[in-house]
Design a binder for this molecule. Sequence first.
Ligand code: KG4
Ligand code: ZN
Length: 334
Amino acid sequence: MRILGIETSCDETGVALYDSERGLLADALFSQIDLHRIYGGVVPELASRDHVKRLVPLMREVFTRAGVAEGDVDGVAYTAGPGLVGALLVGAACAKALAFAWGVPALGVHHMEGHLLAPMLEENPPEFPFVALLVSGGHTQLVRVDGIGRYQLLGESLDDAAGEAFDKTAKLMGLPYPGGPEIARLAQTGEPGRFVFPRPMTDRPGLDFSFSGLKTSVLNAWQQAGGSDVDSQTRCDIALGFEHAVVETLTIKCRRALKSTGLKRLVIAGGVSANRRLRESLGRMAHGLNGELFYARPEFCTDNGAMIAYAGCQRLQAGQRDSAGIEARARWPM
Ligand code: KG4
Ligand code: ZN
């Protein structure tokens, strides 16, 4: 089965062709980061309008690069939510129109299921069951995964998502959007131990998270150090202190999730799973429990069309189909 995947939930237009026999045939992405950067975050209306401009050229590009005739697919999968509703509607309307024109089924896919399954596109994919840590700009969740569609929520953030914490902390430090990669870059030359921030909710049982207090701790340290006048080394030291706190918090909870489920495989997915320090820390922890860590290549950790094509293919193969209407949901539990 060959599936065209379309992702437009936020600020990246992603398109890909996935074939159940041959794997990923081609993928293309346009990131709107430069468009939104001057506003310090994503402007929904600008995002929707830009998706309209990019979708068809990207779609043409993936067919050409895959050497597949335009429309020679068995279905079209698109992100139906959660995300920015205007942005979602662009992808959904485009997917439905193409599917109708080509006489194939369309299927709306859950964005976080796309992220969750992205590591399946790699050479050594994880086998079920596993524990997944989903860490994106909008979500932080620990999930027990027993198969496609068999998900049990173990814990989640009660306030900010991990990526959101990176973005908000970066913003208060005067760094550009998106903050995660910026903080990671500064942290590389930070001095360990100069700034130590709390590891929220690690001293009580359970698998939930809370990241909004951490941002406030950084704000206090930042202001005490002189605010926008801080020297560049202090900026790096604060970035490292923050990154350490997030990574250690996530590591403690993942360890707890592996121990409580008795599972050995840990999968990390979503934008924050591109973080090198997080990968190293979780890899060491999983190893220590005789387990194994799985993740996608960095460009498939953040939003992309390949994960939607893959997730859609699994569900279409299982016989799932959309209703006739256009599906776009700003909020949607997985
Ligand atoms: O999954 P994603 O592309 O979009 C959502 O579904 O939200 O995740 C974007 C988030 C942003 O908050 C961004 O700052 C964060 O992922 N991110 C990172 C890194 N790369 C992206 N956070 C920490 N370290 C990184 N290297
Ligand atoms: Zn995402």
